[in-house]
Design a protein around this ligand. Structure first.
Ligand code: PGA
Length: 250
């Protein structure tokens, strides 16, 4: 069975105090959850969350939502890999569509970040890709996903496949309440799997493929039952511990 994980992406929500409160509610409930669980929190909450998870001997993984590709330098406002590791981050989301859309990140920049994070051997990487509505309507979904993978994973060593996750997040499904059908998600995941095989040969089987975009307690079970999918990336519904827990138990 391929690896599995459910990840919450908090985006730009929650102060340290709110993070502490959330984890007080969530961590005791995780005892009955069999899946691997991750939370991608704001930079300012990483340390608090990582310390809380460790103190409770919880298997909860704490991650970041972005990082720069250079280890240090004159990049005002940016965060580097050694800083994330020092805070206790165990994984990082890279290439989220909000980073691409609002902060102008392109595939080449994302590729450098992916290489940096994987080469450290210390962080798991969740690479986010997905098509726009226009691309889907033009029948270009598989081609767009393949192009993003080609560029974002250029030059990666197949031996780092076990550290890698690809999150399929259609841009039009994020925060919209809309999502592709299970069949469409399965088809997109198959296209991703085929491209990964081309890039990583046999090691491709070690990459987990997640779905993200309007995942809720109502649809999580159906999505988690799609054979090609190894978990979900949850935005809005991960902000409330009770809602998130229902997804973890789906
Ligand atoms: P959403 O966000 O669940 O709120 O649609 C998903 C994401 O952006 O990762």
């Amino acid at each position: 069975m391929a690896k599995q994980m459910i990840i919450g992406n908090w985006k730009m929500y929650k102060t340290e105090g709110e993070t502490e409160q959330f984890l007080k509610e969530l961590i005791p409930q995780l005892a009955g959850v069999t899946r691997q669980v991750g939370l991608a929190v704001p930079f300012t909450s990483i340390k608090k969350a990582a310390v809380a998870a460790k103190a409770a001997q919880s298997p909860l993984l704490i991650g970041a939502q972005n990082m720069h590709d250079v280890s240090e330098g004159a990049y005002t406002g940016e965060i580097a890999l050694p800083m994330l590791l020092d805070e206790g981050a165990q994984f990082v989301l890279l290439g989220h569509s909000e980073r691409r859309q609002y902060f102008g990140e392109d595939n080449a920049f994302i590729n450098r970040k992916v290489l940096r994070a994987l080469e450290s051997g210390k962080l798991e990487v969740v690479l986010c890709i997905g098509e726009s509505l226009e691309e889907r309507e033009a029948g270009q979904t598989a081609a767009v996903l393949s192009e993003q993978l080609q560029a974002c994973l250029a030059g990666i060593n197949p031996s780092s496949a076990a550290q890698l996750w690809v999150a399929y997040e259609p841009v039009w499904a994020i925060g919209s309440g809309k999502k592709p059908s299970s069949e469409e998600i399965g088809q997109a995941a198959s296209a991703i799997g085929a491209k990964l095989k081309e890039q990583l040969s046999a090691e491709a089987a070690k990459v987990g493929i997640l779905y993200g975009g309007s995942v809720s307690e109502k649809n999580a079970k159906e999505i988690l039952n799609i054979p090609e999918i190894s978990g979900v990336l949850v935005g809005g519904a991960s902000l409330n511990a009770g809602h998130f827990l229902k997804i973890l138990q789906a």
